[in-house]
Design a protein around this ligand. Sequence first.
Ligand code: PRP
Ligand code: URA
Length: 212
Amino acid sequence: MEYSNNVTVFDHPLIQHKLSILRNVDTPSKQFRELVEEITMLMCYESMRDLPLEDIDVKTPMGIAHSKHLKGVKLAVVPILRAGIGMVDGVLNLVPAARVGHIGLYRDEKTLEPHEYYCKLPKNIDKRLIIVTDPMLATGGSAVDAIKLIKERGGKHIKFMCIIAAPEGIKALTEAHPDVEVYCAHVDDKLNEIGYIVPGLGDAGDRIFGTK
Ligand code: PRP
Ligand code: URA
């Protein structure tokens, strides 16, 4: 499958290895949560390659080092509830000063349409780099709506980070929001008749929170 330039699929061996354990039906919730966090951290590290740097002189015990530091980037991580919460610490481990917003959406099990029930974003959202997290991009309805809500509130520079995507979700998201950079660990085969990703990993929210 050909993706738009805005889609990055991480083929790093560590990510792929961890993803295999994550998919396994026998992986318990505790390990599942840890893996979601670890995979997010690795993806976050890679996805921040384009952050702007500026020169800084640092006094070391031996002299002056002509060094670099991040140039005033303000970050917001915005999980799509519930399952996106599992990815937040993976981002915060690397960028502890990031602010955290929340968007509550659930998919109607029959229509698969997303329904909003909560939205609280950090101040100055228009000036922040926003990382929207959700482990699963299935039909794409939730991601498309969440990003629409963020844009309506002023968000401009948005990256969407998921772990597994369906081709249908990638298509819907890149068509609705061509300006958003999309990152995932794998693009799976397809959706089944009830909108689950196949082979996927099942229900991410239930596996993170142990609700099934
Ligand atoms: C899951 C998942 C995404 C959404 C993906 O959430 O975490 O948010 O489905 O599906 P879509 O791309 O077809 O919209 P769900 O609605 O099951 O809620 P949960 O996170 O509370 O389990
Ligand atoms: N949501 C999930 O948690 N899993 C899927 O496969 C699709 C949507």
